[in-house]
Design a protein around this ligand. Structure first.
Ligand code: MG
Length: 400
């Protein structure tokens, strides 16, 4: 095979639905051959754009497209000051695009390059919710009728508004929540859901690292009787030493890690058998290359994958997740955000979900493309995020 090199690196910014998306497109020296990758960090998309255009592009031009591992390794340290969501997302765009190109060169889907399929499709979970327990049961029933076997249940998003604990006078605007009320309300919701729907349907719940550690221990213990498929982000990355305490108290399965930035952050939790699902945001970690390494490491400890799959993972990122899902011997579950129709127009080849399973299209590479003319119809809007301006009942800032 002749050497194919990187001729150009382009960044596509688009916002066809709620989230601002960042896509890397690598153009090669072979006419017509290019690849796409997800570099989406929706809240700081312009910083990622600059990192790609001003810093990574000059570093990449002329390099051999086949040397994915080397480009990932060198790309991760070339700035000397390394790691973090901006640089890792930029690198992920490049890494995923190179996997896409390698697949196209081999005339194989990326899951074949990883080692081939362990399954035909990835079981997905959807997000049920509502503002009352009755609404929540209706929402779950709707997804069950669509064929979902796994459903995440939240009351009012990440929940916990408390009408009984007003903020002090002159408190700033924000997304207020009350951690204690959140716990009480969700115990009631899960009691009701299990009474109404039984234990056949698999349920997940996301704490979103909103509790102080000792409350997370108590809540995980109280939730044990509801037999969750997993309880997500019970602790913040800053509090991981507390996982030991949760493990000693209950057998609630734990999913963790969408905020992690570096493969080594998984090591203590996996080696200690302190979690059950690696909940990696693949682009935040730097792409398919590091995700594959962490998945293989977790597999040896009986820990499964549950790649983060919200709307601020681009459709290209979801396609990358799916290739990893089809391959991973230790696949657990895939989060699916149910993209609106417009995203299928902007991203031809976006995987399709049928009866709770996400299917690939079996085209070479990642099997997804960006229609740049369609993407240009939806330019990114600058705005100051409100949902991440979270506050406790007394008005003090909190983790979103
Ligand atoms: Mg989460």
């Amino acid at each position: 095979m002749s050497t194919v090199t990187i001729k150009d690196v382009q960044t596509i910014l688009t916002q066809p639905a709620g989230s601002r998306l960042v896509i890397v497109k690598i153009i090669t020296s072979e006419p017509g051959l290019y690849g796409v990758g997800c570099a989406t960090f929706t809240q700081r998309f312009r910083a990622v754009h600059t990192a790609i255009e001003q810093h990574l592009k000059p570093f990449l031009i002329g390099r051999d497209v086949d040397r994915i591992e080397e480009i990932y390794r060198m790309g991760a340290v070339h700035s000397y000051w390394r790691n973090g969501p901006v640089l890792n997302n930029a690198l992920s765009g490049v890494d995923q695009a190179l996997w896409d190109i390698k697949g196209k060169r081999a005339n194989m889907p990326v899951y074949q390059l990883l080692g081939g399929k362990c399954r035909e499709a990835a079981a997905c979970y959807a997000h049920a919710g509502g503002s009352t327990k009755e609404e929540i049961v209706d929402s779950i029933r709707g997804f069950m009728e669509e064929g979902y076997q796994y459903i995440r249940v939240q009351k009012g998003g990440y929940g916990g508004l408390s009408p009984n604990r007003p903020a002090p006078e002159n408190s700033p605007e924000g997304a207020y929540y009350d951690p204690r009320s959140y716990m009480r309300q969700h115990l009631e919701v899960f009691e009701h859901v299990r009474e109404e729907l039984g234990f056949e349907i698999e349920l997940c719940h996301d704490i979103h690292e909103r509790l102080i550690p000792i409350d997370a221990v108590g809540f995980a213990k109280d939730m044990e009787k509801f037999k969750l498929f997993f309880l997500e982000d019970p602790l913040a990355p800053e509090d991981i030493e507390w996982f030991n305490n949760i493990r000693q108290q209950c057998s609630t399965p734990l999913a963790m890690g969408e905020l992690f930035n570096h493969p080594r952050e998984w090591q203590p939790l996996i080696e200690g058998r302190l979690i059950d699902f690696i909940r990696m945001h693949v682009s935040q970690m730097g792409g398919i290359t590091p995700a594959k390494a962490v998945a293989s490491f977790a597999q040896m400890y009986g820990i499964r994958t549950a790649w983060h799959g919200p709307g601020d993972t681009s459709p290209v990122g979801h396609a990358a997740n799916l290739h990893l899902d089809l391959w991973a011997p230790n696949f657990g579950i895939q989060e699916w955000c149910r993209f609106p129709e417009v995203c299928y127009e902007v991203f031809p080849g976006l995987p399709e979900l049928r009866k709770g399973y996400l299917y690939p299209n079996d085209k070479p590479g990642l099997g997804i493309d960006v229609d740049e003319a369609a993407a240009a119809k939806y330019p990114c809007q600058d705005s100051v995020e409100m949902w991440t301006q979270t506050r406790l009942p007394d008005g003090s800032p909190a983790r979103p």
